[in-house]
Design a protein around this ligand. Structure first.
Ligand code: NAD
Length: 459
């Protein structure tokens, strides 16, 4: 397994192979063979679908845009994963993200497998009518492999409820008479979407951090104090009231996580920096997050970039380069923008002792190891950003039942599900020397391996 993702899966399998209490019926040669099968199954996707979408642009030209759908594994249920519109989309990235979805769903006991889609384009370069064509063509080209019981896409970077509404409508016209509402999640509310889906990932990101570093800490302080594990020290040192936080990315995930932190009534979080594709906004005394959320809602998602714009908000803050957010002297850094933001060339400048991954894979393998060796707790993507897929699952269920839950019910169910995962993972993590990411992977791989074994798929 070449990728960083692959190497963590392999470490998880190696650890489980040694642990004789795991699948105890498998002995000696049978055990070796079963684990060789598991490596083969988990390291390769079931299917890679690629196409070139033929689009007639408004200016009369015809272009062909590369598009992917990767179906990694459906042992636990239909494939599930977002469709990303971004110019850097490529087959390997889509494959890695699809594999991550398989394990994320396994970790949180969501009855879906893992998939991912991508189209190589910058949506800002296209007219609305062209984007509509692209969405329709995507569904048209992949209609045989998509569907509510086969593969259920959702939004990702560059796509949102508008695109999911268009795609579901196209699916419905290609496959009339099916339970089409369950074919896409992340739709608008009026079109069968779930209340709370837009906020789900950001809320889940903040909840994961809060539960781990405060609720769990408060209940287990004495036990944590007795642990040798260096991460337990980091957690105990973090247990203060005046915590400073910086957030990279102020889109769907980052802005909601920022609002949750800002409004968290029983903790005194101070969000001193937020950033986006253009700038970092910084104020030592803390930023007015609701004002910035309002501003971005009226400015195509972008934060203020000039003193004049800040003055218009009556806000005192400094405007810095967009990378500066990463190097702030803060307690918590939330990464909610892109992959690979902390890497071997900048990791030694990171000061935060807690990093929360709202984005997928924002820390590279080299940087991950360096930070773990220095006692930094990374709350990994697989644990922290699952809120979106969990509420997508609720949307899929509601679509099938044609009965809808209130926003309050959705958030209650979301928090309950994420808490269930953490109750299993956290004692394991603070009780042994593996980083949290490795612990989560071991748990997810255990679940998948057990199901594969019981289904007779390992020999
Ligand atoms: P978004 O498009 O709404 O927001 C992205 C934010 O990142 C914007 O503020 C943008 O300006 C900023 N950004 C872009 N390039 C940047 C750069 N080079 N440096 C700093 N900031 C930059 O996307 P989102 O839905 O908030 O998703 C953010 C990340 O979270 C993505 O990696 C996505 O895959 C991941 N994620 C999203 C969800 C979800 O439900 N939306 C679920 C799981 C994971």
């Amino acid at each position: 397994m070449a990728s960083y993702f692959g190497s963590i899966v392999q470490h998880s399998l190696d650890a489980l192979l040694e642990d004789e209490s795991f699948l105890p019926d498998l002995k000696e040669q049978d055990r070796e063979q079963a684990f060789t099968s598991l490596t083969a199954i988990l390291s390769t996707p079931n299917h890679i679908h690629k196409s070139f979408l033929r689009i007639a642009l408004e200016n009369g030209k015809v272009v062909r845009i590369p598009a992917f759908r990767v179906q990694h594994n459906n042992t636990l249920g239909p494939y599930k994963g977002g469709i990303r519109f971004h110019e850097s989309v490529n087959e390997e990235e889509v494959m890695n993200l699809a594999s991550l979805m398989t394990l994320k769903n396994a970790l949180h006991e969501v009855p879906f497998g893992g998939g991912k889609g991508g189209v190589v384009l910058n949506p800002r370069d296209y007219e609305v009518k062209e984007l509509h064509q692209i969405c329709k063509k995507y569904v048209h080209y992949f209609s045989d492999i998509l569907g509510p019981d086969k593969d259920i896409p959702a939004p990702d970077m560059g796509t949102g409820d508008r695109e999911m509404d268009w795609m579901m409508a196209e699916y419905k016209s290609i496959r009339p008479g099916t339970t089409y509402r369950g074919s896409f999640t992340g739709k608008s509310i009026i079109n069968g979407g779930s209340l709370g889906r837009r906020e789900a990932t950001g809320k889940g990101v903040y909840f994961t951090y809060r539960y781990m570093m405060h609720d769990f800490m408060n209940e287990n302080r004495e036990w944590l104090d007795a642990q040798e594990n260096p991460f337990a020290r980091t957690a105990l040192n973090h247990d203060r009231k005046d915590l400073k936080m910086a957030i990279q990315g102020f889109g769907n995930v980052g802005s909601v996580a920022a609002l949750e932190a800002y409004r968290c009534s029983h903790l005194n979080n101070k969000i001193v920096a937020v950033s986006d594709r253009n700038v970092t906004i910084y104020n030592e005394e803390g930023l007015d997050i609701p004002a910035l959320v309002d501003y971005t809602a009226n400015n195509e998602g972008d934060l203020p970039t000039t003193e004049k714009e800040l003055a218009g908000l009556e806000m005192k803050a400094e405007i810095l380069d967009r990378e500066k957010v990463l190097y702030m002297d803060v307690d918590v850094l939330v990464l909610a923008a892109l992959e690979g933001q902390i890497h071997k060339d900048n990791v030694d400048q990171i000061k935060a002792k807690i990093i929360v991954e709202g984005a997928n894979a924002p820390v590279t393998g080299d940087a991950d190891k360096y930070l773990a060796d220095n006692g930094v707790i990374i709350v990994p993507d697989i644990l922290a950003n699952a809120g979106g897929v969990i509420v997508s699952y609720f949307e899929w269920v509601q679509g099938r039942e044609t009965q809808f839950y209130s926003e309050e019910q959705i958030f209650e169910k979301l928090v309950e599900k994420m808490e269930e995962t953490m109750v299993t993972i956290l004692p394991q993590f603070f009780g042994d020397p593996f980083p949290l990411r490795q612990n989560c992977y071991i748990h997810a791989v255990m679940k998948l391996s057990t199901v594969l074994y019981r289904q007779g798929k390992l020999y």
